[in-house]
Write a protein that binds this ligand. Structure first.
Ligand code: ZN
Length: 498
């Protein structure tokens, strides 16, 4: 048997059977796949096999962020916490002039680099391309290809223009202040034409990038017509495509649901089920404001929930009912969300918060960040475990680090102690992308210089948006106060869930 890469002497941690002190193993990789995981000494490696000495490391399956957006990675650290509806008006692309191709490339690369250095090997990117531009799609996908990270790509598109997701918008915001403020993209053409464009892009890129697969991204049901969602459900079923959608992220979303989805009892979940989307290919991103009956419906449908506990707190959206999800048997995934509202592409932070909110010893958080996220993005058979037959996506953490000394319980220390500092090597698709902490596929210093050079234009545009929003914010704050006062039948502002 010939191998292309041997990872020798790592302790291998399996999310489905975590041991406190995992056994030492050699991992044999041929091209993009793991072909054997054996005790040391059993496998023999030929001279032309690259050998990575992984002594004193912990091998974990590459972490999978099941919810992420590449479009605002350059805005990390720009905003203090603010309500979701206010943050959207500062951060989402329709508020900005079209970005240069160079900026688009750099923002994808810096996000991918941050993810890789934090042990993330796969990102589910719900990317907003505004205004729609096939060349920008090419730029994004080529940047992912060049970075070497795995990506499940979905164009984030709705077909209902305006600001319906913002409660009390029409009542409160003076028309003269609205200007270009929007949370959705104005599109020409019918729902069917929009689907044809999205699927045309998918087909156009088919087979071009081996580590990129496609999903569908109806941004949020509030900005999608019933016809459009129904057509997406048909396309998903026909082509076996995963579907990603923001559902019940904030109390405002619940308020809009009660108002606009009367035919479905005010329930977004029932609405999604009726249009044919609520099934095992569907992931609800966030899922903070579901009612108990909706949680049961999601569990019964086999749909996934991708939790984003960090961004939910930073956007003052509340806390997802993690314990209720676990109790109902909902399939859980974990995401890192936007860089401008989380503000880190770091699954260690997300796992720790998940574990604390769910009173979990760490096992469920680690499972959500690996096998759970892999299933949600449609790669459950390929990713999430270090086992023969799976893709060779592996993160190696140095155990000679205070986080793991002494090694009492690997999974608990991974989730509760390790901040991401000990990520040493990262392998994606059988290629060593991070070697002793440095990127092998990218010139990091050149990338940092590019970021510096491009930021003045972005900061100028952000300055204009801040000035526009300064006049809007008193009204948005009043809308937020009114939303808080509404009774939507549940309260997700409580941190501790018994
Ligand atoms: Zn999101």
């Amino acid at each position: 048997m010939t191998y292309t890469l041997a990872v020798r002497g790592a302790r291998v941690l399996d999310p489905l059977a975590p041991q406190p002190r995992p056994a030492v193993r050699d991992i044999a990789i041929d091209a993009d796949r793991i072909v054997a995981v054996e005790p040391p000494g059993r496998l023999s490696f030929s001279d032309n096999c690259k050998v990575l000495d992984a002594t004193d490391t912990l091998a974990i399956p590459g972490l999978v962020s099941a919810h992420y957006h590449s479009h605002d990675t350059l805005l990390k650290g720009c905003f203090a916490p603010m309500p979701l509806e206010a943050w959207l008006l500062h951060a989402v692309p329709p508020n900005y002039p079209q970005r240069s191709r160079e900026e688009v490339r750099v923002r994808v690369l810096i996000g991918a680099l941050e993810a890789l250095k934090s042990g993330i090997t796969t990102l589910q990117d719900m990317a907003t391309v505004h205004p729609f531009d096939a060349g920008e799609v090419d730029t994004i996908l080529q940047a992912y290809d060049d970075a070497g990270i795995r990506c499940v790509f979905a164009l984030q598109v709705g077909d209902v223009p305006g600001s319906r997701p913002l409660p009390f918008w029409d009542e409160l915001i003076p028309p003269e202040l609205r200007g270009g403020a929007t949370v959705s993209v104005r599109r020409g053409g019918s729902a069917r034409e929009l689907i044809a464009r999205i699927d045309g892009e998918r087909k156009r890129h088919s087979g071009r990038h081996r580590r990129i697969t496609w999903g569908l991204g109806p941004a949020t049901p509030e900005i999608c017509s019933e016809e459009y969602l129904g057509l997406l459900a048909e396309l998903s079923a026909r082509e076996k495509l995963p579907v990603f959608c923001h559902v019940y992220e904030s109390k405002g979303n619940a308020a809009i649901a009660r108002k606009h989805y009367g035919a479905d009892g005010g329930s977004l979940v029932r609405h999604l089920a009726r249009v044919g989307l609520l099934n095992e290919r569907f992931t609800l991103a966030h899922g903070v404001w579901l009612q108990p009956a909706e949680i049961e419906q999601v569990a019964a449908a086999g749909a996934h929930v991708a939790l984003n506990p960090l961004s939910n707190l930073k956007t003052r959206s509340g806390v997802a009912p993690v314990r209720a999800y676990l109790g109902a048997g909902v399939k859980l995934a974990l995401g890192t969300d936007n860089s401008s509202c989380s503000d880190a592409q770091n699954m260690f932070q997300a796992m720790k918060l998940f574990a604390l909110l769910s009173a979990d010893g760490g096992e469920k958080a680690f499972a959500a960040a690996t096998v759970g996220s892999a299933r949600a993005i449609g790669l459950g058979d390929e990713l999430g475990r270090i086992a023969a037959g799976r893709k060779a996506d592996i993160t190696l953490l140095g155990l000679r680090d205070p986080a793991f000394a002494p090694l009492n319980d690997a999974v608990r220390q991974l989730v509760y102690t390790e901040p991401g500092r000990s990520v040493r090597h990262v392998i994606v698709d059988g290629r060593l992308l991070i070697d002793n902490g440095r990127a092998t596929m990218l010139d990091e210093d050149a990338l940092y210089a590019d970021v510096e050079r491009l930021m003045p234009v972005l900061m100028r545009d952000l300055g204009a948006i801040r000035r526009r929003n300064a006049a809007l914010m008193p009204y948005v704050e009043e809308a937020n106060r009114r939303t808080h006062a509404l009774d939507v039948g549940l309260d997700r502002y409580k941190i501790m869930q018994c």
